[in-house]
Design a protein around this ligand. Structure first.
Ligand code: UD1
Ligand code: CA
Length: 462
């Protein structure tokens, strides 16, 4: 018996007040649905069925971004009218192979833990169907678990159909079930829509099976908080924080020091060596790799970067798609745009922007500078206010600076241009042609001194 998973994602999510379909709202920068599909895939099913409905084209287009391996397993079905969760499952059923195990998941419950689903499958060995339940303080909105005098499950009653007495029950249905395709084929057709919402409830399967004398097993969720469905932006923010808390805890257990796990946002993948420190309000996106003893200051945003051992990134530095070797010191307030390689000991200071450039070992650029499309050798000093003029209004050009060069403050390098090894550029210079090795190059108007100069004075008002 192989496993197939059905993910329900047809609902429109009215309460999100958004043009974006509910299941595409992001948790840690990624659609909720993707989280569910990844968890589904981690159970190694042969197929993952996704039931789409509201804005199905948008959701189907988003799914195209998933990695090939996962996408191959997806089978899409369309539920053109949202007539309820049982009706939704029925849309996928024709594509499900006979006599397979089936798990049903919700696209709006992104943190559903794998371990709970494993428990559902284990318990399925002794039951016709298993159901993930939880006991919560506030059961409002959930289907309630109704038990008979012997304590055996009888059925599920939805909030809108529940009596006052039933509403007080705190044992709820999380929505996740495991059963077989044969059971679904036999029993889903028997479900009726004679209820408060006029919908075909998947939850009615429980009552039908119990009546038919089949065993329905209840499995307790390991952490009920993770099974909160997202119906509005408030719940989305709660789920986001929960997810971030999980990630922060995992990172700390692996040895990362976080100044405050409640102010840490990992929206991608982070790997790190030993003794790394991340201060408050840092955002990590894409794939970020830190070596050993790396320190990230408050307010930094790091996206797709690799940072070598002993590097110190000072506060409010923004960097993207760059590789920093060992013992680099960056910021505060530096900006690394895509395409940089910074060798060991490079220093990029405050209000310095670097783009698509290679900077050699030990080279320093401390203040107020733009380095774009440049190749700079090692041991070079770039003075404050240096600008590589890389754009002529139509095309970009490269600037080449050798090693052990000294660029005086307030220099413009009009690319394409080369400054050879050991050259010195006087402050205030505009470089427009090749500077030979070890030369001094300077463009500067002759100074004039006018003695006893009288400054203009303010005119008296009439
Ligand atoms: C459902 C359960 C309830 C459970 C709760 C847990 C039913 C009848 N009720 O209620 O017992 O406690 O989840 O969160 O199953 N969907 C479709 N097509 C439809 C209707 C829904 O694809 O026609 C999808 C939605 O997109 C969503 C999921 O099914 O991903 C759940 O639907 P929703 O309307 O949110 O169900 P709840 O009222 O929350
Ligand atoms: Ca829901």
């Amino acid at each position: 018996m192989a496993l197939e998973i059905i993910v329900l994602a047809a609902g429109m999510g009215k309460r999100m007040h958004s043009d974006l379909p509910k299941v595409l709202h992001p948790v840690a920068n990624e659609p909720m649905l993707f989280h569910v599909l990844r968890t589904a895939n981690s159970l190694n099913p042969v197929k993952i069925h996704v039931v789409l409905g509201h804005q199905s084209q948008k959701v189907a287009a988003a799914i195209e971004e998933l990695p090939e391996g996962l996408r191959q397993k997806l089978v899409l079905s369309i539920q053109s009218e949202q007539l309820g969760t049982a009706h939704a499952v029925m849309q996928a059923l024709p594509n499900v192979t006979a006599n397979n195990e089936v798990i049903v998941l919700y696209g709006d419950t992104p943190l559903t833990p794998k371990v709970d689903l494993e428990h559902l499958l284990e318990a399925l060995k002794f039951n016709t169907m298993t159901l993930l339940t939880a006991t919560v303080d506030n059961p409002f909105g959930y289907g309630r678990i109704i038990r008979n005098e012997a304590g055996r499950i009888e059925c599920i009653v939805e909030e809108k159909d529940a009596t006052q007495e039933q509403k007080a029950i705190k044992e709820i249905n999380t929505g996740m079930i495991a059963t077989t395709s044969d059971v679904l084929k036999e029993f889903l057709v028997q479900i009726k829509n004679d209820n408060a919402q006029g919908e075909y409830y998947l939850t009615d399967l429980v009552g039908l099976l119990v009546k038919a004398g089949r065993a329905v097993g209840l499995v307790n969720a390991t952490n009920p908080d993770l099974l909160a469905g997202v119906n509005n932006k408030l719940q989305l923010s709660v789920v986001e924080r929960l997810y971030q808390k999980q990630q922060a805890e995992r990172c700390m257990m692996d040895g990362l020091t976080l100044a405050d796990p409640a102010r840490f946002d990992l929206r991608g993948e982070l790997t790190f060596g030993h003794d790394c420190f991340i201060d408050t309000n840092v955002i990590i996106e894409g794939k970020v790799v830190l070596g050993n003893n790396v320190s990230i200051g408050t307010g930094c945003v790091l996206k797709d970067v690799t940072i070598g051992d002993r590097s110190v990134i000072s506060p409010y530095t923004i960097m993207e798609k760059s590789e920093l070797k060992e013992h680099t010191t960056i910021g505060p307030f530096a900006r690394l745009r895509p395409g940089n390689v910074l060798e060991n000991e490079v220093h990029v200071g405050n209000f310095v922007e670097v783009k698509n450039s290679h900077i050699g070992e030990g080279t320093k650029s401390g203040h107020l500078t733009y380095i774009g499309d440049s190749d700079i050798g090692g041991g070079t000093n770039i003075g404050a206010g240096t600008i590589t003029c890389n754009y002529d209004g139509a095309n970009k050009h490269r600037t080449t600076i050798g090693k052990n060069v000294f660029i005086g403050s307030d220099t413009q390098l009009v690319a394409p241009v080369t400054v050879e090894d050991g050259a010195t550029i006087g402050a205030g210079t505009t470089v427009t042609r090749t500077v030979p090795a070890n030369a001094l190059y300077i463009t500067r108007a002759q100074p004039r001194t006018l003695p006893n100069y009288k400054r203009p004075t303010k005119k008296k008002k009439a």
